[in-house]
Design a protein around this ligand. Structure first.
Ligand code: ADP
Length: 763
């Protein structure tokens, strides 16, 4: 090889080496660059990691602090729990009542000293003992008094109770007469917490209270018995006083004597009312009052009660008004006596407190659903002083009155409304009152009352011949009500004041003149004189007060009716007139008395005069009464009757006299020595039954007003009963009912039949 070749070769080799070098340098550079990039990244990461480590160290330090704090807190909490636990346990140990906890297997976990005390430090009774063993120990050691129960039966019973999910409280008695009430509760964990409360004091208190209650009840019974006794004792002499005063009134007295006697009588009546109020109240207090239901005429009852107050308003400018719903039946089934009592109380108050205006009794009613019951609303409205709103509830309480200067001048016990409220409630109703002070009061009550199935209702008919009714009255509630009711019934009513009518008293056939006579009869007689002067003979109905003297100057045709006059009474009075055509012919004969039947001896078919019947005997009346005064009163009351009267002084004598004289009626006192009236009646009824004899009407005379008596009386075979003081009307009524056919009428000689209601009934 040539040099040149060699050189060329070497140059090529060099060039190649240089290129390689260059390449390697480039690669080295690239590797360097990459290395420095890596180094950079690494540095970053190192910085980052260092920061993280720093942070972790910081957190770790914080955690260490926290742990220390938590440990401190925990320690403190432990201390507090310890304190609370000690306190709690200390408290549990301190309480006088037993406390224990049993686990779900009925093993005692803890018990306080009170719980363990009854076991008298028996070592076996300690945590770990079972409930069953505790019960067994109670019995075996005689700690518990199992009473009538066999000890094992007692244990079985106690364990049975323990098993129930929520055992009922149970009181056990210990040997030392202490009473422990066991109360056990299951907790959510299944443990049972037991409390054993010493209730000895409570039981003793309960016993004391029971004894006190028994004592109070027996005192209350004694009070009732005392009242019953007092009623008899008080009413019997009062009967004498009032009865004799009654009789004295009928004798000729000068004005002063009459005043004295009236005072005795009215004081006696007030006293009897007071006794009855107190008795009624005590009866209701003892829930002894029972209602005696019978059919009665509600409208008549309202009117009659209102009429009783006519004398009380005689001296006052007070009108008594009755407004009975025209479309309401009048017969209902209820206790008329108690109904009267309610009305008497309400109307009595209204009359007592009202000095001018009116006292209006209004009754409305509607059928109560599909039953035979009616819902009857009665209101007693007056124009008296009224009652302050804040007193309205108060006055229905016992012995409560509106106590102010104004009212202290009125008598009263404050029992009337309390009794009334109880009576209304007893009847299933409700009472209330509205009042505007200074204007008046309105007492209202409703009661459900059944109408008897047989009762029929019809509206009153005004006789066909009546063309026009001329109502002569000053403007008044009563006149307004009557007028509107008559108009509803189709009458043509012309209202005239007395002065207007007197100025022009023209009437025509078919007219009826109705006159409100007002308090004095002057208005009535003035109007009648005007009619007389006009020469007319128009039928006149005079509405007058109960005790007014007839001042109608003998005018005919005339009907007098008592005020307050209800629609029915007025229409009946009108219907009693003959139609005008006959009236013209036979003017004075209003109403025409029915001709006496059979004036002559009867004639037989053959024309022979029949044998005269045996001469009639007198009616026989027997009265059994032990009290001399009462016998005297009775004999005076019936002295004008044409009867044979005999007395018996006790039950035995009553039976004997009854056998001898076979009376047509027997009045029987109930409380009598030797044999009482009930027993005597039983004997008589037995004899009657054995002989098949007719039943003698026997009427009880009783001073007792306590409930239950009347039932006993009727159960003993008596037919009826009257409460003392004796009332002539009531006795006459009973005698009238018993007159036998073969006796002379006992009333022939007696004074006019008692058509007017008597004094305010004592019961
Ligand atoms: P008494 O009338 O015997 O005092 P009551 O119980 O009947 O007892 O009445 C209680 C009180 O209610 C009466 O004292 C009176 O203050 C008041 N009172 C009752 N009714 C009326 C009335 N119609 N107007 C004004 N006050 C009345």
């Amino acid at each position: 090889m040539s040099l040149a070749d060699a050189l060329a070769q070497e140059r090529r080799a060099r060039l190649a080496a240089e290129r390689l070098l260059e390449l390697k340098q480039k690669e080295l550079l690239a590797a360097n660059a990459q290395l420095s990039r890596h180094a950079l990244t690494l540095t970053d990461e190192i910085v980052e990691k260092r920061e993280e480590v720093e942070e972790v160290r910081h957190v770790a330090e914080e955690l260490r602090d926290q742990k220390e704090r938590v440990l401190q807190d925990l320690e403190q909490a432990h201390e507090e729990v310890d304190i609370v636990q000690r306190r709690l346990w200390h408290s549990v140990e301190t309480i006088q009542d037993g406390f224990a906890v049993f686990d779900r297997n009925d093993t005692l976990l803890v018990a306080n000293p009170a719980y363990l005390a009854v076991f008298d430090e028996m070592e076996c009774v300690a945590p770990g003992i079972s409930y069953r063993d505790i019960i067994q120990i109670l019995v075996e050691e005689g700690i518990v008094d199992t009473g009538d129960l066999d000890p094992q039966a007692w244990c079985a019973d106690m364990l049975e109770r323990w098993k129930s999910p929520q055992p009922k409280a149970r009181t056990i008695k210990l040997w030392n007469n202490r009473f422990i009430k066991l109360m056990d509760r299951r907790s959510a964990t299944g443990d049972t917490v037991s409390l054993a409360l010493d209730i000895t004091d409570t039981i003793r208190r309960e016993k004391d209270l029971e004894e006190a209650l028994l004592r109070a009840e027996s005192a209350n019974r004694a009070k009732s018995a005392f009242l019953a006794k007092m009623s008899h004792e008080l009413r019997t002499p009062m009967n004498g006083v009032v009865g004799m005063a009654d009789l004295l009134c009928e004798t000729s007295l000068d004005e002063e004597q009459k005043l004295f006697v009236d005072t005795i009588r009215s004081s006696g009546d007030s006293l009897l009312k007071l006794i009855n109020d107190v008795l009624d109240f005590s009866k209701m207090e003892a829930a002894k009052l029972v209602l005696h239901k019978e059919e009665f005429d509600l409208e008549r009852t309202l009117t009659e009660v209102l009429m009783l107050f006519q004398p009380a308003v005689k001296e006052k400018a007070v009108d008594l008004v009755v407004d009975y719903d025209m479309f309401l039946p009048t017969t209902f089934v209820g206790d008329p006596g108690r109904f009267r009592q309610i009305l008497t109380n309400l109307i009595g108050n209204a009359v007592k407190f009202t000095s001018s205006g009116h006292v209006m009794v209004r009754a409305v009613g509607l059928p109560d659903g599909d039953t035979d019951n009616y819902r009857i609303h009665v209101s007693v409205e007056d124009t008296g002083p009224g009652i302050p709103a804040d007193m309205i509830d108060h006055i229905f309480g016992e012995f409560n009155q509106v106590e102010d200067e104004q009212n202290r001048k009125f008598e009263g016990t404050g029992l009337g409304l309390a009794i009334t409220k109880q009576l209304v409630t007893l009847m299933g109703g409700k009472i209330w009152m509205d009042s505007e002070e200074g204007k008046g009061s309105n007492f209202g009550f409703y009661v459900p009352l059944p109408a008897p199935k047989t009762a029929t209702f019809h509206l009153d008919n005004i006789p066909n011949w009546v063309d026009r009714i001329i109502m002569v009255s000053r403007p008044s509630q009563a006149a307004r009500i009557l007028t509107s009711q008559l108009q509803i019934l189709g009458a043509d009513v012309a209202s005239r004041t007395p002065d207007d009518f007197i100025a022009d008293p023209e009437t025509k056939p078919g007219d009826v003149v109705v006159i409100d006579a007002e308090r004095t009869m002057q208005t009535g007689s003035r109007v009648i004189r005007a009619i007389q002067a006009s020469g007319a003979q128009v039928p006149v109905v005079l509405m007058q007060n109960l005790q007014d003297n007839d001042d109608s100057a003998g005018y005919q045709p005339l009907q007098m009716v008592n005020k307050p006059t209800g629609r029915k009474i007025l229409i009946n009075a009108i219907a009693a007139f003959d139609p005008p055509a006959r009236a013209a012919e036979d003017a004075p004969a209003y109403p025409v008395p029915a001709p006496a039947e059979q004036d002559e001896a009867p004639v037989s078919d053959q024309g022979a005069v029949a044998v005269a019947p045996p001469a009639p005997r007198k009616m026989r009346v027997l009265a059994a009464e032990d009290n001399k005064t009462n016998r005297l009163v009775f004999s005076k009351l019936v002295r004008k009757l044409d009867v044979d009267l005999a007395f018996a002084e006790n039950g035995v004598e009553a039976v004997e006299k009854w056998k001898e004289m076979r009376p047509d009626i027997l009045f029987m006192d109930i409380s009598m020595p030797i044999m009482d009236g009930k027993e005597a009646t039983r004997r008589i009824r037995e004899i009657e039954a054995s002989e098949g004899a007719a039943r003698t009407p026997i009427v009880a005379l009783t001073a007792h007003a306590l409930s239950g008596d009347d039932e006993d009386i009727l159960a003993a075979g008596l037919d009826h009963y009257l409460t003392k003081p004796l009332k002539k009307d009531a006795i006459f009524e009973q005698i009238g009912k018993a007159v036998p056919q073969d006796a002379t009428p006992p009333f022939a000689e007696a004074e006019a039949e008692p058509a007017q209601p008597g004094r305010l009934a004592a019961n």
